[in-house]
Write a protein that binds this ligand. Structure first.
Ligand code: GTP
Ligand code: NAG
Ligand code: NAG
Ligand code: MG
Length: 384
């Protein structure tokens, strides 16, 4: 064998090897495959919009009002992560990335929560990468675990059924505890009482661009309540009775529904049915005083007492999204186009003129999820 033949063989082996690694990862990608399967069944899945469809209003850059409003870096705000000790490596990576891209300039404190005590190793690794204060909190027992009044037999049967139906996290009890906690309890944690604003961050997410403005100051100065980067459809099988439960609440409490709300983002028929659109809550920049307020507190209690967090698998994403869409004005919800964000398997990459260049973004703007068939950006656009 001469050198050229060896070289060609080596290249062939490398290509085959790489291909099998990549296809394994893809197969292994439970969420991506189940999402595309569901997406394929949706009537609108084939539609995909282009850059020209994006309304100009998305491109208005968040200008921090440093003259008279809140100063950048000085909002009553925290960066928040729920994590397990086993998430140490991925939690450190997410935090380090957000510090590099944003927080080293603004130095907002971090709050980390867990239903178990954080290990010394976890605390040491996190403390090493933050630029400001960090607080580690344990979640009160009753904020996390399944309440006594849940019928365990019914809940077990529901989990079994969903597992048999291959619904993502369908058989998991801890996932249900997490969703209920994120829906109705995190903002009641003693450490979070000190703050109004939070930015939810998860282990293993990515921030693709420099964030040179203060999103908290932007929220405050512009009277925003809730900010998102990605919106998509929920799995109907996880929330079969959620919408009727919401409708019952509205019937009993019409006073909480805001004028100029975003119901037409959630529904294609004026509220008769839910189109499954929601903000992907693994990223949230929002006002905890909204969750603490009367409307949401009553709303959460109404949902919780049906047991739907356990008898079905209600996610905090649809629960939060439905509440902000109904109980705030639509102009209080903000799409953060400027923030390049990735949570496996989707990425939002800034597409407004000059934003990708200005943020020195590492994401590919042509692969932004915004106008993917499974994105709900078209429902968001139509209410603007
Ligand atoms: N302390 C603690 N945190 C949890 C638990 N389950 C999930 N989390 C955290 O809750 C958040 C959401 O959980 P994920 O497992 O990321 O759920 P997901 O985003 O729907 O699904 P993935 O596609 O797996 O990311 C993350 O911040 C997790 O670290 C748990 O049992 N205990
Ligand atoms: C910025 O703050 C000043 C002083 O409070 C105020 O008059 C002005 O309206 C604010 N601008 C915006 C865009 O909120
Ligand atoms: C921060 O916000 C919380 C919740 O609204 C409030 O209780 C607290 O007093 C605020 N702190 C400051 C310094 O404004
Ligand atoms: Mg996640």
């Amino acid at each position: 064998m001469n050198t050229t033949t060896r070289y060609i063989l080596l290249v062939i082996f490398l290509v085959i090897g790489l291909h099998s690694i990549l296809s394994f990862t893809h197969e292994d990608y439970g969420r991506a495959t189940s999402i595309s399967n569901i997406a394929a069944q949706l009537p609108w899945s084939s539609s995909s919009s282009t850059l020209e469809d994006i309304p100009d209003s998305y491109y208005i850059s968040p200008e921090t009002n440093v003259t008279g409003g809140i100063q950048a870096g000085k909002a009553n705000a925290t960066l928040l992560m729920l994590a397990r000790n086993s998430d140490t490596d991925s939690a450190v990576r997410s935090i380090r990335e957000l510090e590099d891209k944003f927080n080293k300039k603004f130095k907002y404190p971090w709050v980390l929560l867990n239903e178990e005590p954080f290990s010394d190793e976890f605390k040491k690794r996190i403390s090493n990468v933050v630029s400001g204060e960090v607080h580690f909190g344990e979640i009160p027992h009753d904020h996390w675990y399944q309440p006594d009044w849940i019928d365990e037999e019914k809940a077990t049967a529901a989990r079994k059924k969903m597992e048999d139906d291959h619904i993502i996290y369908g058989g998991s009890l801890s996932y249900r505890n997490m969703c209920r906690f994120n829906s109705g309890f995190f903002y009641r944690h003693p450490i979070l009482q000190n703050y109004k604003w939070y930015w939810r961050v998860e282990p293993d997410v990515h921030f693709h661009c420099d964030i040179d403005f203060d999103p908290f100051a932007y929220m405050q100065e512009n009277n925003k309540v809730y900010g998102f980067t990605i919106t998509m459809y929920e799995y109907l099988a996880t929330i079969p009775t959620l919408w009727e439960t919401v409708q019952n609440f509205i019937k009993e409490n019409p006073q909480y529904v805001a004028e100029n709300n975003a119901v037409n983002y959630l529904s294609d028929n004026g509220g008769s049915s839910f189109n499954l659109c929601h903000f992907w809550s693994n990223f949230e920049i929002a006002d905890m005083d909204f969750w603490r307020g009367e409307a949401y507190s009553k709303f959460f209690d109404h949902l919780d007492k049906t047991g739907g967090f356990y008898y079905e698998r209600w996610g905090d994403a649809p629960v939060h999204s439905i509440a902000v869409s109904l109980f705030t004005r639509k102009d209080q919800i903000h799409f953060f186009d400027d923030i390049g964000y990735e949570h496996n398997p989707y990425t939002h990459c800034p597409r407004g003129p000059g934003k990708w260049e200005k943020g020195k973004c590492s994401c590919n703007p042509d692969h932004s999820f915004d106008y993917d068939g499974y994105s709900c950006m078209k429902q968001w656009d139509r209410i603007q």
